[in-house]
Design a binder for this molecule. Sequence first.
Ligand code: HPA
Length: 316
Amino acid sequence: MVTAPAFCFLQLFTISYRPELKHLIVFTIGPNKIMTMTDIPTNEEYTLAAEAIRQRTAHQPKIALVLGSGLSELADAVENPDVIQSSDIPGWPGSSVVGHQGKLVFGQLNGTSVLVMQGRTHFYEGASLQRITLPVRVMHLLGIEILIVTNAAGGINQTFTEGDLMLIEDHINFPGMAGHNPLLGANLEQFGPRFPDMTHGYDPDLRALAVKTAEDNDVTLQEGVYACVSGPTFETPAELRFLNGIGADAVGMSTAHSVIVANHCGMRVLGISTITNMANIDPQEEDFTNHEEVLEIGKLVVPKLAKLLRQIVKSL
Ligand code: HPA
């Protein structure tokens, strides 16, 4: 019995690199469970995806927006749109989740050229993090310099309420801290350095702009730390109390992976969470969290988020 925790501990952190299989990384996560992450896009896949997009639009935006759960309607605000189905882009990750239809919309938002990515793939769907974050590298190849990420999140900070917007100051990336970082494996130097800094993962100037824009437009904008978990289970009350204790203000199942890859390739990042439900830290019998509620509140928040994003984009 005494040796079991140590054994489990060693097993959890065993990582094997197999050069003969090129990039294959094996994580041993338990005595009998081997999880292989073989799906690592090649250089050529990034290039092919970027070329496929270039062939379908003449727009050359420097700003990209990624829309989270329930926020897809924001893409409808794009003027003169060129719409590309993500299934037409080679290598693009697919999504199986309701509320995450995949398409890219190029056009103008408030007169500024943008790329809006509607629908993202999540780690819990089973794809590798390298595949999930392929869109970010492709955006970099297309000339995107600023990435604005939005998501649906559960509010942990008890001063928040459903329907709030939260400017992401920083994140705690649980999958990353536990060995699931999208930059694991051979470093592709053309995208960025082996050990990227994450001190200013969410660009301070963009955050200041968001705060000022919110004030000027009478939009209440909370600020806080986003905890990324893998999902797909919503958190238990004990997990929520833990997240609360370590300084997380909101929790969700996305975003951190893309933000890491964006920082790696030198993009400036702005992140905004929509608080679609309040965490049941001290649940009553009738308290539950469900995806339908997340989508429903997400939709209600869209006008407020759209108003804020249109003004932010205009000032960039
Ligand atoms: N937990 C995790 N992800 C979420 C939540 C939540 O409560 N709400 C929306 N996305």
